[in-house]
Design a protein around this ligand. Structure first.
Ligand SMILES: Cc1cc2nc3c(=O)[nH]c(=O)nc-3n(C[C@H](O)[C@H](O)[C@H](O)COP(=O)(O)O)c2cc1C
Length: 185
């Protein structure tokens, strides 16, 4: 696994999110229970000196509550071949099921924070929460990247979204997903 992935600068981590890809948000609560759930509403807001992101989560989600409890989260960027994993993780709450064991997800540990990550994703951004803002039942969670790594074959100063290895998951709504196509210079 180690040689398949390259650690990238925290000022470049935002480039894994620039395509607007769906992320799998990986969290744990203070009892040490791990959870994963997809989120489409993720955006970088800064990259200098390190990437900062905002994720928008329903306040009732296990994911949101875990982040507020632990102060950490990771964003895994799944490959389009993992779209069924995205659907499965989004169809039930960690409040009612241990999704990681129920779905038999193969995991790897975080590098800088204590979370479990799904194997074989395009990349991973590990974050520390530094602010949260509530808006009518929705939480905006602000995170600062503390570690980022990406499949070596899928990144060369930017996500190689035109290569098979770099094809992320994009959610159009409902059960409809697409991936990236050609590159334009
Ligand atoms: C493709 C996809 C994108 C999603 N994006 C978001 C999102 O941005 N924010 C959110 O609160 N829920 C989003 N959801 C819904 C949550 O993933 C879903 O409610 C999940 O069951 C929450 O699990 P949890 O309670 O374990 O956190 C998305 C679901 C899917 C399938």
């Amino acid at each position: 696994m180690a040689e398949k992935y390259t650690t990238i600068g925290l000022d470049k981590a935002y480039r894994l999110l620039n395509t607007g890809a769906v992320g799998i948000i990986c969290t744990r609560n203070n009892l040490g229970n791990y959870n994963m759930a997809p989120a489409a509403w993720i955006t970088p807001i800064e990259y200098d000196p390190v990437t900062r992101v905002v994720i928008v989560l329903d306040k009732e989600n296990r994911t949101c509550q875990n982040i507020l409890e632990s102060g950490i989260f990771a964003i895994a960027i799944p490959h389009i071949s993992q779209v069924n994993l995205v659907k499965d993780l989004g169809s039930v709450s960690g409040h009612v099921q241990d999704k990681i064991s129920h779905l038999g997800i193969h995991t790897i540990p975080g590098t800088s924070i204590d979370v479990l990550l799904p194997q074989d994703c395009i990349g991973y951004i590990e974050c520390k929460l530094y602010r949260s803002v509530e808006d009518d039942g929705v939480m905006l969670l602000f995170g600062e990247a503390v570690h980022a790594r990406v499949l070596s074959a899928a990144f060369d100063r930017r996500l190689l979204a035109e290569k098979p290895e770099g094809k992320a998951v994009h959610h159009l709504g409902g059960k409809v997903f697409v991936t990236s196509s050609d590159v334009t210079y």
